[in-house]
Design a protein around this ligand. Sequence first.
Ligand SMILES: Cc1ncc(COP(=O)(O)O)c(C=O)c1O
Length: 425
Amino acid sequence: MAKVTNKYPVWHPFSQMFGVESIPTVVKAEGVWLHTEDGKKLYDAISSWWVNLHGHSNPKIAEAVYKQMLNLEHVIFAGFTHQPAIELCERLDKYLPKRDWKYFFSDNGSTAVEVALKMAIQYMRQGDLKRKVNVVALDGSYHGDTFGAMSAATRSVFTDPWDDLFFDVTIIPPPSPGNELACFNQLKEVADESTILIYEPLVLGAAGMVMYSPEAMEEMLSIVHHAGGMLIADEVMTGFGRTGQWFASNATKILPDLMCLSKGLTGGALPMALTICKQELYDSFLHPEFEKGFLHGHSFTGNPVGCAAALASLDLMEDPETWRQIEAMNSFFMAQKAVLEQHEMVKDVRVCGGIIALDIEEENKGYIHPLRNKMYDAFLEKGVLIRPLGNVVYLLPPYTSSKEELSLAMDAIKEVLNELMEVVS
Ligand SMILES: Cc1ncc(COP(=O)(O)O)c(C=O)c1O
């Protein structure tokens, strides 16, 4: 093939840069709106990759960040600590499922997962470095783009180039409607005290917003728990109110042994993550020998500015108005579900908390889907940022979205569905 290149200097994530000479430049973001250089305004209906909770450039978060920046912008987190980190962990404790937790900071969702896997595996191997572990993951799951996170999830075109380099993982179906028994039976066959189940609780995001009930989750978790295995809840997307409660893990009696948080942790303003583990796991790392400790860290671990943003976001999460907004969004989506279900192009509509997803009737599934790019462009034309996951269209908006803004996105979806129908018929 002839050598091709382009002049644009930046390499963007999850993008084929072939033929790209320029990309829409966002010059300002305010509330739920993105403003581009060419004077256009876009409603951010996916919270900029599921991170934004309280609208962009939120003044309360901005002010907290500014103040923190002037006082202590960063300090090495090995051998030193600071108040924002301590306060954040103490305050989060109130909203997590009730158990004694310890908090380990890192930088993003992938590293939170990486840390959780490394902790769980080392915990199992504290007495025997050769002990077998069996990581189990849900079909379609996504846990990030580092090697451990990619290993512990479904393999796809996104992971093909490195396929032979991953560790072995057992993949079972998620317990979504119709798949419950297959999930439980396959899990029962493999679950034992060497099992580490990693799962996205209630909603598998990148799989196409695949949802399952708290009852199905309870059953799935109890199989591993009673077999003596460990549970890692990846709440990178589901945390901080997305499913209508603080954390999706609050929905079951069986608790995870580890939890991964990121995205909404700072209200979506700065990159930061937490891996939270049960006290017993932490205690097993306490030993006079250095090498029995958890020898993992990142330069920006526990960054105070990230913590300040997270504390300001927690203040906003604690405001009853935020929960009223989440509830109002859920009611709006439930009403729209009934409407969308009548559309000829729509196969299934799902709602959980502040997320609505619909499957477009199509044989061809998967992220790389001919319809996907067409729909994405059509939504942008209509002033809404919606990034379909293959044939799955979803909204996951900032909580501060008004009914008018939500309606704008919903109208765009209906218009695009009608346009698709015209092409098909
Ligand atoms: C459930 C889940 N886990 C992990 C990740 C990875 O997070 P990050 O992109 O911050 O590395 C994502 C990202 O979408 C996610 O949805």
